[in-house]
Design a protein around this ligand. Structure first.
Ligand SMILES: [Zn+2]
Length: 115
């Protein structure tokens, strides 16, 4: 259930990002970016976010999740390709010298405040 810990971090980050001068702040939308390889299950994260945002300025906020597809690059031939799961060799040159170049993101991108 590691999404619960992650959801708590998201709530902490988002609450900390609220401008301090606002009285009775309300977050309208929370924007997250989650890589396909991050190991975070969006549905599960949303479930915990809803529970943990109760009695915070995030309560009732829309959660917008942008899922980032995974991509891998071969360091030998510089071929890049989308990869949904872990790969161990390049489909072009069979080199094992690979870098995951995207898909591991997990970011709180921004919060939109209600007027
Ligand atoms: Zn290659």
């Amino acid at each position: 259930m590691h999404e619960m810990g992650i959801a708590q971090q998201v709530v902490n980050i988002a609450v900390a990002a609220i401008p301090a001068h606002l009285e009775d702040p309300r977050v309208e939308q929370l924007n997250l970016r989650i890589g396909k390889l991050s190991g975070v299950v969006p549905q599960s994260l949303l479930f915990y976010l809803e529970i943990l945002s109760k009695d915070t300025p995030l309560e009732g906020a829309k959660m917008h999740i942008e899922e980032v597809p995974a991509a891998t690059r071969c360091n030998a031939c510089l071929h890049e390709w989308p990869s949904e799961e872990a790969v161990f060799d390049c489909p072009k040159c069979e080199s094992g010298d690979l870098n995951v170049i995207s898909g591991r993101e997990f970011d709180v991108v921004s919060i939109d405040m209600a007027d």
